[in-house]
Design a protein around this ligand. Structure first.
Ligand SMILES: CC(=O)SCCNC(=O)CCNC(=O)[C@H](O)C(C)(C)COP(=O)(O)OP(=O)(O)OC[C@H]1O[C@@H](n2cnc3c(N)ncnc32)[C@H](O)[C@@H]1OP(=O)(O)O
Ligand SMILES: O=CC(=O)O
Ligand SMILES: [Mg+2]
Length: 533
């Protein structure tokens, strides 16, 4: 596509209306420059991830706080950059996909921040990725105005939420953009296109290019992001430090490196978020073969108040506030319902979750649905009083050891037939939805997304591998799981009717939950097989 460059760029995704406004030669070359500069380091870090996972699985490595970075943890003097405009008060953050309707609804939801999601809530089809960029492009320029199929008019109101984009994680690639035949890092595509088109606009409008960084496993991955930011700012002639990034602490390995992650990103860091669903997934994945003490009960029983989860969130608040960074709470999976009883229960469950977080010192939290903005706001209004955050609440009382973070057995609970069936049912339904291009779905009154689906399939694998027994003494075996899979498929088929992708969903589930090996992510192989043209 370009004669001037030393490398060949190929765009292989199908074109659609206005995609050329995002995929301009200059924007694509910017992504190619990022790739040229950082692809090698990304590859090395992914290799390190794989090796470390093998060492953790075999017991060769035991997780702990790193001795070689103790000086960073013990140094009281450093702080992260001050909160940037639009990020001082983050009491309510709504998350969600970037389709046009949800973009407007999220911006108008009354939340302070909108996490515009290219990650857990997204099925990374080419259309979703570029259409999402287009919607953000228009939203930032306040140029969205349309009428829905039902006649409802959508336009952005006077006080839209601050946009924080979440690019895909380091493990994913974008196969529709190839450099010298090689697919490009999905993180660099999502970050690069958003930054190239919008950074200047956002700064001119009194905001900035803000990001959530998902699924980091250690501080060297944070250093890579920081270097990407420095490079990108230099390329566009923007001041260093214009970007702000909030890092999701959603892997068990990153929980041991919160200080170090903030330190690496300190000129750009805005805070940490307790990404509880991927965190649970990471715990299951990394300790999947560590025996009964590491087997978690039914997902519904792994609440945020079980000791090992509470230790993680308490340490997160303490670490953030020591460094002047915001601590943002996680996602309660309950969503509003038209059924008044289920709805009241969902609101109460969300209220309790937000009360715990607000009481523990978090500065704000996530909601999955506009109908949950008021309850989250109410709870945080009460603890914040007239203040925009609780950065002054240092939580010096919190002492969390490595043993506390690793005390998975503290979850207690049991594995039930209902829990096993639910994992299979939700796994299949979610995969069907993801294959059809929708990455977040309401299933049985809960929000499900890529992270919760990873839990569903990993739990089944772990329970089989450990011969875990159901409450009635029946051992969970591959045969039992297959039997339930057939039963659940029958049920779901009847409900979903024609046009479903259940056959493919079944294949993905079998491969990632019932196979001999536990794949690191379902998204990597499923993307390559089903979402690329
Ligand atoms: C593990 C994690 O990473 S958590 C973060 C990632 N996950 C998410 O972000 C999930 C976000 N939430 C969602 O996608 C949705 O709320 C769902 C799929 C769970 C439910 O969506 P729906 O079935 O459409 O809900 P419902 O019918 O009640 O929606 C009512 C209205 O609210 C809108 N809405 C619902 N959720 C959102 C949202 N998160 N952002 C913006 N608008 C939303 C709908 O578009 C709909 O709008 P309309 O009245 O103009 O048609
Ligand atoms: O991204 C959030 C999570 O809980 O996972
Ligand atoms: Mg996540």
């Amino acid at each position: 596509m370009s004669d001037k460059l030393a490398y060949r760029i190929d765009l292989t995704g199908p074109s659609a209306d206005r995609f050329d406004e995002i995929l301009t030669p200059a924007a694509v070359e910017f992504v190619a420059k990022l790739d040229n500069e950082f692809a090698g380091r990304r590859r090395e870090l992914l290799d390190e991830r794989r090796l470390r996972r093998e060492k953790l699985a075999s017991g060769e490595e035991k997780l702990g706080f790193l001795p070689e970075t103790a000086h960073i943890r013990n140094d009281e003097s450093w702080q992260v950059a001050p909160a940037a405009p639009g990020l001082e008060d983050r009491r309510v953050e709504i998350t969600g996909p970037t389709d046009r309707k949800m973009t407007v609804n999220a911006l108008n939801s009354g939340a302070k921040v909108w996490l515009a999601d290219f990650e857990d809530a997204n099925s990374p089809t080419w259309h979703n990725m570029i259409d999402g960029q287009l919607n953000l492009y228009d939203a930032i320029r306040r140029d969205i105005d349309f009428t829905g199929e039902n006649g409802k008019r959508y336009t952005i109101g006077d006080e839209p939420a601050t946009i924080v984009a979440r690019p895909r994680g380091w493990h994913l690639v974008e196969k529709h953009i190839r450099i010298d035949g090689r697919p490009v890092s999905a993180s660099l595509v999502d970050f690069g296109l958003f930054f190239f088109h919008n950074a200047r606009q956002l700064l001119a409008r009194g905001r900035g290019p803000y990001f959530y960084l998902p699924k980091l496993e250690n501080h060297r991955e944070a250093r890579l992001w920081n270097d990407v930011f420095r490079f990108a700012q230099r390329e566009l002639g923007l001041p260093q430090g214009a970007i702000r990034a909030t890092v999701l602490i959603e892997t068990i390995t990153a929980a041991f490196e919160m200080d170090e992650i903030l330190y690496e990103l300190r000129e750009h860091a805005a805070g940490l978020n307790a990404g509880r669903w991927d965190y649970i997934f990471s715990v299951i994945k990394n300790f999947s073969e560590h025996g009964a003490d590491f087997v978690l009960p039914d997902r519904a029983q792994v609440t945020m108040t079980v000791p090992f989860m509470r230790s993680y969130t308490e340490l997160l608040v303490r670490t953030c506030h020591k460094r002047g960074a915001h601590a943002i709470g996680g996602m309660a999976a309950f969503i509003p319902s038209r059924d008044p009883e289920i709805n009241a229960n969902a609101l109460e469950k969300v209220r309790q979750d937000k009360e715990r977080e607000a009481g523990d010192g978090f500065d704000g939290s996530w909601v999955a649905h506009p109908g949950l903005v008021p309850v989250c706001r109410e709870v945080f209004d009460q603890v914040l009083g007239g203040w925009p955050n609780q950065l002054g609440k240092l939580r010096e009382d919190v002492v969390v050891t490595a043993e506390d973070l690793l005390d998975v057995a503290s979850a207690g609970g049991e594995v039930t037939e209902e829990g096993l069936r639910a994992n299979i049912n939700v796994g299949l339904r979610y995969l069907d939805s993801w294959l059809r291009g929708t990455g977040a779905a309401g299933i049985s009154n809960l929000m499900e997304d890529a992270a919760t689906a990873e839990i569903a399939r990993c739990q089944v694998w772990q329970w089989i591998r450990n011969g875990t027994k159901l409450a009635d003494g029946t051992a969970i075996t591959t045969e039992l799981a297959y039997e339930m899979l057939r039963e659940e498929l029958g049920r779901i088929h009847a409900e979903l009717g024609a046009g479903n992708r259940l056959d493919d969903a079944r294949d993905i589930f079998v491969e990632t939950a019932l196979g001999e090996k536990l794949p690191a992510f379902f998204t990597t192989s499923a993307y390559a097989r089903y979402l690329t043209s």
